[in-house]
Design a protein around this ligand. Structure first.
Ligand code: ARG
Length: 555
C-alpha cells in the first residue's frame, strides 16, 4: 500500500508540474520515501532549491505526507505515521487474505512446470520446477491473471525406445510389478552401459521408438504400463505438496498433432531439408532447430512446438512460462525464436533456476546420490513430528501439523533465495525453528494466533498515536509493502521476493514482541497491539499460501 501513496504522489506531481519522477523507499534512515532529483535537475535546468519548493508545495497537501526535507539531491519524505497506519491497518483488517489482490484482467498465462520424465524417479530438479511453478501460479492468480498450469510429462521420445529394447533384453516382470521405477531405472542405466560398447543398440532403440510412434500395439501397451506406474509414484509427491495441474498432457499427447505443426511451419515457409532431416534455420547466432530426423521421428522440440500451438489454440495465452533448469537454455532460445518467426503474439519466458546441492555437490540420478523425493518428504515430515512431540506433545492435530511443517520446510528452503542461486538440501537446517526457515514463519504465525485467542480485538478502540513509535511504524510499513512484493515476485518470476518480505516481517514482529508487552491493561494500547499483530499474521499466512506452504493455527 505504500505503493499506493507512491502512485498518488507521482500523479500529483505529473498533473501539477508535468514532471515524471521516481519515488524510492530508502533502505534506512529517518525517511519513508525519497525522490531523486538528479534527472529532473538536468532536464528542467532549474535550481535545486526552486525545484524542491515546487514539488514540496504539491505533495505536502497529500494526507499521508507529514514533512519533506532536501538532502543532497534527494527530496525526502516523512509520512504521517498516524494517518498512514490507520489507512493500512484498517484496509488489511477489512480485506484479510484478499489484501494485495488485483482485479481480474484479461491476460492468460500458461505455466509449464514440474514435467518429470516417466520411468524415472522424481528428481530434485523437478522438485524445484514444481515448487517455483506452483508458487508463480498462485501469485499470478492473485494478481488477476487466468492461469493454466500444465504438467508437460516427459513420456515420449527415444528414451522410450531405449527402455523398450532394454526391457526386452533384461527386464524382469516380477521386479517391475514390485518397484516399477527402480526396475525401469535399472534397465535404463544398463542400456547406457552396454550401448557404450555396442552402439547398434542405439539404432535398435530409435527403431523401437519409431514403431511406438506408429502405434505398435505391444509397445504401446508396455509404454502405457510404464507411464501409469510412474504417474502413481508422482501423484504421491504432488499430494504431499498439494500441487495439482489443470492439464497433464505430456509429450505423447502431441503425437497426433505433429502434422498440424508441420503444416503451420510450412505455411510460413520455415522448413528446410538438410541431409534428409527437417530443420528450421534460426539465424547465424543460434544453431538450427531439428524438427524431424531423417527417419521421420519427431523430437523434443517438435513436441514442444506442437504443445505451444495446441495451447495457443486452446487457451489463447498471452504469456507462457517454462520452469526448466539452465541446461535447456538453448532449447528455449530456439523455441522463442520460432515463435517470433511464426509471428505468434505470445511472450515466451524460460524461467530457469540453480542446482540442488548436497554438501556442496550436485545431486543427480545417474550417480545414485539422488534420493527418492517421496522418501525425503516423508523423512522431513517424521522429523517435524519428532520436534513437535518434544515441544507440544498434547497437540491434537499433530499429523496435520507435522505434514505442514515437514513439507513447508522443504518448500521454503527452495523458495527463500533468488531462484538462480543453487540451493543446499539439508533437512536438519531447513527444519530449524529459528532463522530463515519455513517452520520459523509458521511458528511466528502460530505465536500471534495464540495471543489473539486470549482476547477480542475492538477496532474502535485503537490509538493510532502509538504509531509515532518506530517499532510500531516499521511493522506497518512492512505490512503495507506486501502488495508490492507480490507484484515484484510476478515481474521477476521470483517467489523469493515474497519469502524475503515475510522473513523481514517476522523478524520485525519478533523484535517488537521482545520489546513490547502485547496483552496490557490499557484498553487503547491493547487494541492497537492486537490490530497490528493480527495484520502481521494476515500477511504471513497469505504470503505462505502464495509460496504453496500451509500455515497453522497451532503447533
Ligand atoms: N521433461 C523435461 C525434463 O525433465 C522437462 C519438460 C519441460 N517442459 C517443456 N515444455 N519442455 O527435462
Amino acid at each position: 500500500m505504500l505503493d499506493l501513496v507512491k502512485v498518488e504522489l507521482k500523479e500529483k506531481i505529473l498533473t501539477n508540474l508535468n514532471y515524471e519522477v521516481d519515488i524510492e523507499i530508502p533502505r534506512r534512515g529517518d525517511y519513508d520515501l525519497a525522490i531523486p532529483l538528479f534527472r529532473l535537475l538536468k532536464s528542467t535546468n532549474l535550481k535545486l532549491p526552486f525545484l524542491y519548493e515546487q514539488i514540496n508545495n504539491v505533495i505536502i497537501t497529500h494526507p499521508h505526507v507529514k514533512s519533506t526535507e532536501l538532502i543532497g539531491a534527494f527530496l525526502n519524505i516523512k509520512l504521517n505515521s498516524q494517518s498512514f497506519s490507520k489507512s493500512v491497518l484498517t484496509t488489511v483488517y477489512k480485506l484479510e487474505d484478499r489484501f494485495g489482490e488485483e482485479p481480474t484482467n484479461n491476460e492468460v498465462v500458461v505455466i509449464d512446470y514440474s514435467s518429470p520424465n516417466i520411468a524415472k524417479n522424481f528428481s530434485v530438479g523437478h522438485l524445484r520446477s514444481t515448487v517455483i511453478g506452483h508458487s508463480l501460479k498462485l501469485i499470478f492468480q492473485k494478481l488477476g491473471y487466468t492461469v493454466v498450469g500444465i504438467n508437460h510429462l516427459g513420456d515420449w521420445g527415444t528414451q522410450f525406445g531405449k527402455l523398450l529394447v532394454a526391457y526386452d533384453l533384461w527386464g524382469n516382470e516380477e521386479k517391475l510389478k514390485e518397484a516399477p521405477i527402480d526396475e525401469l531405472q535399472r534397465i535404463y542405466i544398463k542400456f547406457h552401459e552396454v550401448a557404450e560398447n555396442k552402439p547398434e543398440l542405439e539404432d535398435e532403440a530409435r527403431q523401437a521408438f519409431k514403431e511406438l510412434e506408429e502405434g505398435d500395439k505391444e509397445k504401446l501397451k508396455l509404454w502405457t504400463y510404464f507411464k501409469d506406474e510412474s504417474l502413481k509414484e508422482f501423484m504421491k509427491v504432488y499430494d504431499l505438496l498439494n500441487v495439482h495441474f489443470d492439464s497433464y498432457a505430456g509429450e505423447a499427447f502431441y503425437n497426433d498433432k505433429i502434422d498440424h505443426v508441420i503444416d503451420v511451419l510450412n505455411s510460413k515457409n520455415l522448413l528446410k531439408i538438410d541431409d534428409g532431416a527437417t530443420i528450421i534455420d534460426l539465424g547465424d547466432d543460434i544453431p538450427p532447430a531439428l524438427i524431424k530426423r531423417s527417419d521421420g521421428a519427431t523430437l523434443y522440440m517438435t513436441r514442444d512446438l506442437a504443445a505451444l500451438l495446441y495451447r495457443y489454440e486452446t487457451y489463447n495465452m498471452n504469456k507462457t512460462l517454462y520452469l526448466v533448469g539452465n541446461e535447456q537454455k538453448l532449447h528455449f532460445e530456439q523455441l522463442k525464436r520460432i515463435v517470433e518467426l511464426l509471428e505468434l503474439p505470445i511472450e515466451v519466458v524460460h524461467v530457469n533456476f540453480g542446482l540442488v546441492l548436497i554438501d556442496g555437490k550436485k545431486m543427480s540420478t545417474r550417480s545414485g546420490t539422488n534420493a527418492n523425493l517421496h522418501d525425503v518428504l516423508l523423512e522431513s515430515i517424521s522429523d517435524a513430528k519428532a520436534a513437535i512431540m518434544e515441544k507440544n506433545p498434547t497437540l491434537e492435530s499433530i499429523d496435520e501439523a507435522s505434514r505442514a511443517i515437514g513439507v513447508g520446510a522443504v518448500v521454503f528452503n527452495d523458495l527463500k533465495n533468488d531462484r538462480n542461486l543453487n540451493i543446499d538440501f539439508n533437512l536438519e537446517n531447513m527444519l530449524r525453528f529459528e532463522g530463515q526457515t519455513g517452520p520459523y514463519l509458521q511458528y511466528t504465525s502460530v505465536r500471534i494466533n495464540s495471543i489473539l485467542k486470549e482476547t477480542n480485538l475492538d477496532i474502535n478502540q485503537v490509538d493510532y498515536s502509538l504509531f509515532e513509535n518506530p517499532s510500531y511504524f516499521d511493522l506497518v510499513k512492512q505490512i503495507s509493502t506486501f502488495s508490492e512484493a507480490i507484484k515484484k515476485a510476478a515481474e521477476e518470476y521470483n517467489p523469493s521476493v515474497i519469502s524475503k518480505h515475510l522473513l523481514v516481517l517476522a523478524q520485525l514482529f519478533n523484535s517488537f514482541y521482545g520489546q513490547n508487552r502485547i496483552l496490557v491493561d490499557d484498553v487503547a494500547t491493547l487494541n492497537t497491539n492486537l490490530l497490528l499483530i493480527s495484520n502481521v499474521r494476515t500477511v504471513i499466512n497469505e504470503g505462505l499460501r502464495l509460496l504453496g506452504i500451509k500455515y497453522l493455527d497451532e503447533m
